[in-house]
Design a protein around this ligand. Structure first.
Ligand code: BTN
Length: 261
């Protein structure tokens, strides 16, 4: 059972039309949102938790989720037409980056496919995990994890991870960040539904420009390490890398930026 929204969230979301369900602690907001979607939850239903016992990151990693230190948010996105959500993962990155930029003023950038990073060298501020319901590609859960305080990430990631509080030199209220994420995500999903993929791609290329400017990268290709220079994303959202005189398309997997930008 969802709890009543705490006062700070209720105030921040007063003028935002959204069905947000709040839980003090869950295993994973993505798991809960997937369950709700399976039970028929409508497009836009969102789950926010104060803590996660088993927060999940990309590629099977654990997403450290101590109470109150991070923002743990998942949103059900439904589409009538399978395929129109192909760019959803990039759209979610754009929406979250613009939300954090808008609320905090921090110059957040994107690292393909959808890490939110700041500073030089890049420090990870937030990550996104999009998951679909089994074979039903018409329903996707967008999971957004944002580090509000340094306690949100394990100490061994110090230097590679960061938080809004550490970058700003002061903590921020979570309410406006949650509200901005929900508003920006809705608006970017709307663009995808209306066939305005180009607007989402343009925004991604602008926010991700630093990492696409012939930056040296490494990635695994069928068990062997490849190296090249990232030079763009194509209209399907694949990373384009120049390697050995040709352009390779990377659609999934881990890419490491060599020179920490
Ligand atoms: C990454 O590895 O960069 C993605 C991290 C995604 C974490 C968020 S927190 C809210 C949602 N629930 C989860 O279990 N994971 C996502």
């Amino acid at each position: 059972m969802a709890h009543a929204l705490p006062d700070d969230l209720a105030a921040a979301l007063e003028n935002v039309r959204v069905d947000l369900r709040f839980f003090p602690e869950v295993d994973s907001t993505n798991d809960l949102a997937l369950e709700l979607a399976d039970d028929g939850a409508a497009d836009g239903v969102a789950v926010l938790a104060n803590a996660q016992r088993a927060g999940r990151g990309r590629r099977g990693r654990v997403w450290f989720s101590p109470p109150g230190a991070g923002l743990y948010l998942s949103v059900v996105v439904r589409s009538g037409e399978p395929g129109s959500l192909a760019l959803l993962t990039l759209a979610a990155g754009v929406a979250s980056a613009e939300a954090v930029r808008g609320v905090t003023g921090l110059p957040v950038e994107l690292k393909w496919p959808n890490d939110l990073v700041v500073g030089r060298p890049w420090r990870k501020l937030a990550g996104i995990l999009c998951e679909s319901m089994g074979s039903r590609l018409d329903t996707v859960v967008v999971g957004i994890g944002i580090n509000l305080l340094d306690a949100a990430y394990p100490p061994d990631l110090r230097g590679r991870a960061t938080s809004i509080a550490s970058e700003l030199g002061r903590p921020v209220d979570r309410g406006p960040v949650v509200a901005a994420c929900l508003i920006e995500l809705k608006s970017r999903v709307m663009q995808l539904r209306q066939g305005e993929e180009a607007a989402v791609l343009d925004a991604w290329r602008r926010l991700g420009a630093a990492g696409l400017d012939r930056a040296p990268v490494r990635w695994q290709d069928q068990g062997s390490e490849r190296r090249g220079r990232a030079c763009g994303i194509d209209d399907a959202g694949a990373l384009l890398v120049e390697a050995g005189g040709r352009i390779e398309r990377i659609i999934a997997g881990e890419v490491t930026w060599d020179r920490t930008i």
